[in-house]
Design a protein around this ligand. Structure first.
Ligand code: SF4
Length: 471
């Protein structure tokens, strides 16, 4: 297996005149399904495009950004796996010294507001260049006007702040491949689901107009109304187009891309990731993130927990898509053949480990409910919680030749365990006996019911009940 190219020598060895797409990332290049830029790169390469990656380019010179030349179709820009302001600063606004996604572990390679910094870098050294397409979590969460804690003000959509051409939001696999195909064929891309673009006028098709940037920047009620409409229009089955005026231009947000099917998600995990750091970056120092992701497995994506402080609902969505057990076992078997594998699978999980393997049948067909939540204030009876599939999966993983231990390091929702009268207790027992490396991760967040309710979390009683069971 080989990496996607990141040096001029690799491009030459591949006999490419030019890359079709160059992806820029605020993280180093770890060729892993856990790393968004690697995943998007692999999917585009599988679709037939020549894809190269420049990780953590120097923003003070042309040294990195020009080393592969200009792409034929577009630049893709991501701040990395974490919003660059979150990666660079603590909640009390102190600069973070360490960075798990930078070789050597020192936080010296990721600029603040990396998406904006990288777009400026491209434009500084490539005049009138190919479209700059923004993606990744930093872009996704800043796609409309938004409150920014670090500058303590409402900022414009990052599409305007970065002066980019196109923005793709959410997990974006389908969106980016369709965009690449349209650009390759010279076709109009503006109606692709999961995409935002700027326009001089609102579209002719139906849309919901959000309060404009100037109102939300000055009026908290308008900001709340904007966010509510934004949040309500985030399910691919029910969402409408959103439009928001920024001065004399309009941000057009198309409805989200259709969720991946189980087969499509399985397929992504079958792509030929090396699960290693590209040698060009590996030579610059150890990448600490590898300690947690190199031998871990993603079982699903999406989360219907809807904690009010969490970003996952508006990025991955509130519908859980679970991979097939066969696909996960195949990936685990590949891990066992990796020369560095020592027999321990460090995590089997997703945003919430025990949401694997079941979903609300109504949601699958009609989309998320607009006026009630799946888990709070109490668990919806339509959601048939069942830990059986995960229990079976964990048992099969433990039985694989070459596997000594299998851990669940992702967070576990204890309210789901308590609500599963048939299998919850046996799930907890197996988890404690086999799957916990030292500490089980639960996230009670607080002890006061009033605060928990504001957070969208279950009250304190389920935690106490769980503690009793655990002990
Ligand atoms: S019916 Fe219940 S479980 Fe299903 S989406 Fe609505 S709130 Fe969630």
């Amino acid at each position: 297996m080989t990496f996607l190219p990141t040096t001029a020598e690799e491009i030459k060895a591949l006999d490419w005149q030019q890359a079709d797409i160059i992806l820029i990332s605020g993280d180093t290049y770890i060729d892993s399904p856990f790393i968004g830029i690697a995943l998007i790169g692999r999917i585009l390469a599988h679709a037939g495009f020549k894809v190269a990656i420049i990780a953590q380019p120097d923003t003070d010179s042309d040294r990195d950004i020009t080393r592969l030349g200009e792409p034929r179709l577009f630049w893709g820009v991501s701040g990395g796996s974490v919003d660059s302001m979150v990666a660079n600063y603590t909640a009390s606004y102190k600069h973070r010294n360490s960075d798990d996604f930078t070789p050597g572990g020192h936080n010296t390679r990721r600029p603040d507001r990396a998406v904006i910094a990288y777009t400026n870098l491209i434009r500084r050294f490539f005049k009138n260049t190919k479209p700059v397409v923004l993606g990744g979590i930093e872009t996704s969460l800043r796609r409309i006007a938004h409150y920014d804690a670090w500058s303590n003000r409402v900022r414009k959509s990052i599409l305007f702040d970065a002066k980019a051409d196109i923005l793709v939001y959410g997990m974006a696999e389908k969106t980016i491949v369709t965009l690449a195909e349209r650009l390759n064929q010279g076709l109009d891309f503006r109606n692709i689901p999961g995409l935002c673009h700027a326009a001089a006028n609102p579209p002719e098709h139906p849309f919901i107009e959000l309060p404009d940037f100037n109102s939300v920047a000055t009026d908290p009620d308008a900001l709340i109304a904007m966010f509510h409409a934004f949040y309500q229009n985030n399910d691919p089955i029910t969402a409408q187009s959103l439009v928001q005026r920024h001065d004399n231009r309009y941000l057009i947000q198309n409805p989200p891309s259709a969720l991946l099917s189980r087969e499509e998600l399985d397929h992504i995990h079958d792509l030929p990731f090396t699960r290693s750091v590209h040698p060009y970056y590996q030579s610059q120092g150890k990448v600490l993130a590898q300690d947690t992701i190199q031998f871990a497995l993603t079982t699903h994506r999406g989360c219907y927990g809807e904690c009010n402080f969490c970003a996952i609902a508006v990025h991955q969505g509130r519908t859980v898509i679970s991979r097939s057990p066969d696909s996960i076992l195949r990936e685990a078997q590949r891990l066992t053949k990796h020369p560095d594998f020592k027999g321990i699978i460090l995590d089997v999980g997703g945003p919430t480990a025990n949401m694997y393997g079941f979903e609300c049948p109504k949601k699958i067909v009609k989309g998320v409910c607009q006026h009630q939540r799946c888990l709070t204030p109490k668990i919806c009876p339509t959601l048939k919680i069942n830990h059986q599939t995960q229990l079976k999966l964990l048992r099969s993983l433990r039985a694989l030749p070459g596997v000594k231990r299998v851990f669940v390091a992702s967070g576990v929702r204890y309210d789901l365990i308590l609500a599963d009268r048939a299998k919850g207790l046996s799930y907890l027992k197996k988890l404690v006996a086999h799957q916990v490396s030292g500490q089980m991760k639960v996230a009670p967040e607080h002890s006061q019911d009033q605060v928990l309710a504001l957070m969208g979390k279950p009250g304190i009683n389920p935690l106490l009940e769980f503690k009793h069971l655990f002990e």
